[in-house]
Design a protein around this ligand. Structure first.
Ligand code: PLP
Length: 463
């Protein structure tokens, strides 16, 4: 690609912006697509090409692009108070009101909100405060964390340690290997041969019990899980899994951390999925992304009354809870979140998801006509389509074929953005998507797979 024909922004980006998750085999040549604006379900690049956003930016722009009411709320707040810290005994009105609104919407007695800058810092906060909680209870041995293979919890050092997607650790150091222990992914598609879903659920629960026995419940602080695994390939656990894991945790005095960074704020048709979809109340709930509909960086870890009672015990003269970020409770981010909550309610967005979500899942079934489609799965507006080179053997394509990436490129030619992760194509559109736009998304993906599957199959056979 001739970089001289590219814009100043394209060149500045290629030369100076070290991006998250960049493939450096192609970056120097292809650079980045410069996205210049967005409007409802669409984004537009600097060449003026418009694309249906099938991934809500990155699972976050739930209310769609270009919402002037959110922009107005942010602008007004920036003018009134752009920033002042919330350390110690200082606060601001949007942060205080948002904390109450979150407490009212999170399940059970999750009433105490620690604000962060995103999902990774919220997960780090959850682990630090889980350790602090047990230290204050006089149980300092309770340090280990159970996580899951395939789980994604972020990119700070500890959130990355929790993450169980093995490929993304390549070249990086692993820390906390004596602390973090990964259980099997609740991957129904790749469950052991001959097991039905109920037996697979028993298998996962037994595995967790055995691991707890092995490690000793007295040494384990918490279990962390996404209600539906996102970046790990949109894996929906077998029926009853989360409720049963919550019981196992309770029996062993292990805190259950629900990482609802993706599933919160309506993606599964409710404020949060833990209780309304999966029937349990966690001890800590993590949220970010849809909280501000992606308009401003913000995340939160929400703690139960039981934990708050311990965490809030005075340390003694001069002692403070020494954890916090400069931007905890940032007034502009909180104003964006408050406005987002107002819009979710006023426009009955989650009611719409309860219609369009099942419709998306049903329409996607059409893709099974392609031999390269091994599995289609998801829940409401979260979907994964896993590609295979051999359906019977459930064999993925050789990694160098980057099969999902090829489909992504072709879909983009048709004007829709999907997300390739490993051999899975992920869809997570803004929650305002209409049934007609679901049709466009699925039709374009169907056509893209049709166009490239022959070429992928023959390259796989030759390799
Ligand atoms: C489930 C989950 N947890 C945590 C994170 C990390 O959030 P952030 O990138 O805001 O730090 C993500 C990001 O995609 C996520 O999907």
């Amino acid at each position: 690609m001739d970089s001289t024909a590219k814009s100043d922004a394209w060149r500045a980006d290629r030369d100076h912006f070290l991006h998250p998750y960049t493939d450096f085999t192609t970056f120097q040549d292809s650079g980045s697509q410069v996205v210049s604006h967005g409007d409802a379900m669409y984004i537009v690049d600097e060449a003026g090409r418009s694309y249906l956003d099938g991934i809500a930016g990155l699972w976050c722009v739930n209310l769609g692009h270009g919402r002037s009411e959110i922009a107005q709320a942010m602008g007004d707040q920036a003018q009134q108070l752009g920033y002042f810290n919330t350390f110690g005994h200082s606060t601001n009105t949007p942060a205080a009101l948002l904390a109450r609104q979150l407490a009212e919407r999170t399940p059970g007695d999750l009433n105490h909100v620690f604000f962060t800058t995103g999902g990774s810092t919220a997960n780090d906060t959850a682990i630090r405060l889980a350790h602090y909680y047990f230290n204050r209870l006089g149980k300092p041995k309770k340090k280990k964390i159970l996580a899951r293979n395939g789980g994604y919890h972020g990119s700070t050092y500890f959130a990355a340690a929790l993450t169980g997607i093995h490929g993304i650790h390549y070249g990086f150091d692993r820390i906390a290997e004596d602390i973090v222990h990964h259980l099997s992914a609740a991957n129904c598609y790749r469950r052991p041969e001959g097991m039905d879903e109920a037996q697979f659920c028993d298998f996962l629960i037994d595995e967790a019990r055995h691991r707890i026995e092995q490690l000793g419940a007295d040494n384990i602080a918490a279990f962390i899980a996404e209600p539906v695994m996102g970046a790990g390939g949109v894996l929906v656990a077998p029926e009853g899994y989360h409720r049963r894991m919550a019981e196992v945790c309770q029996q062993n005095d292990i805190l259950y951390i629900a990482d609802e960074v993706v599933t919160g704020f309506g993606r599964l048709g409710h404020w949060f999925a833990s209780e309304d979809r999966f029937g349990h109340v966690p001890d800590i709930l993590i949220t970010a992304k849809g909280l501000s509909s992606g308009y401003c960086p913000i995340g939160a870890a929400v703690f139960s009354e039981r934990m708050y009672e311990v965490i809030s015990k005075p340390q003694g003269p001069g002692g403070v809870l020494s954890h916090g970020f400069t931007y905890s409770g940032h007034p502009v981010s909180c104003a964006a979140a408050l406005k987002s909550i107002e819009l979710y309610e006023r426009e009955d967005i989650f009611g719409k998801v309860r219609d369009t979500g099942p419709y998306l899942q049903q329409q996607l079934k059409r893709l099974s006509r392609h031999d390269v489609v091994g599995d289609i799965r998801g829940d409401h507006l979260m979907a994964g389509v896993e590609l295979v080179s051999d359906r019977d053997a459930k064999r993925n394509f050789p990694p160098d074929l980057a099969a999902a990436e090829v489909v992504f490129g072709r879909a983009r030619d048709y004007g829709v953005i999907v997300r390739p992760v490993g051999d899975t194509i992920i869809l997570s559109p803004p929650l305002i998507i209409s049934r007609e736009q679901v049709d466009t998304l699925v039709d374009s993906l169907d056509q893209a797979i049709e166009d490239v599957s022959g070429q992928l199959m023959s390259r796989a056979a030759a390799s």
